[in-house]
Design a protein around this ligand. Structure first.
Ligand code: FES
Length: 109
C-alpha cells in the first residue's frame, strides 16, 4: 500500500477569510508531477477532513499509521511534505516525517 497525503482545502483549511493560509494546491500538484512522486505516494487534495479547528490540516497515512498535522501556516511546511515524499523513494514509507512537521501533530477528538 502506498502512503497517502490528504491535504485539506475545505471550508476552513485554506480559507484566507478565516485567517488560514491558502493551500498551494497548484504548486504542490506541479511539484508532485515534476518529481514523479505519484508512483510512490498518493497526493489528495480533499474537502473537510473533520477537525476544522486545527486548520490547516493534513493527514499522512502509511503502513505505520495515521499522522494528523494541524496549524500548517507557511509554504515551507507544505514543501516539507514534498521532501518527505521524495525521501520515501530511497528510504521507504517508514521514512520519518521531519521534526518541523511532527511538531504540528495532533490527535483528533
Ligand atoms: S476544512 Fe480542513 S478539517 Fe475541516
Amino acid at each position: 500500500m502506498k502512503p497517502t497525503i490528504n491535504i485539506c482545502d475545505g471550508c476552513c483549511c485554506g480559507r484566507v477569510n478565516k485567517s488560514n493560509m491558502a493551500v498551494p494546491t497548484t504548486e504542490l500538484k506541479a511539484l508532485w508531477k515534476e518529481y514523479e512522486l505519484a508512483q510512490h505516494v498518493n497526493l489528495r487534495v480533499t474537502s473537510c477532513l473533520g477537525p476544522c479547528s486545527r486548520a490547516n490540516v493534513t493527514l499522512v497515512s502509511t503502513v505505520e499509521g495515521r499522522t494528523w498535522l494541524g496549524g500548517i501556516s507557511n509554504e515551507e511546511q507544505y514543501h516539507s511534505l514534498i521532501n518527505w515524499a521524495k525521501g520515501t523513494i530511497e528510504h521507504g514509507q517508514q521514512h520519518p516525517l521531519p521534526d518541523s512537521l511532527l511538531a504540528l501533530q495532533f490527535t483528533p477528538d
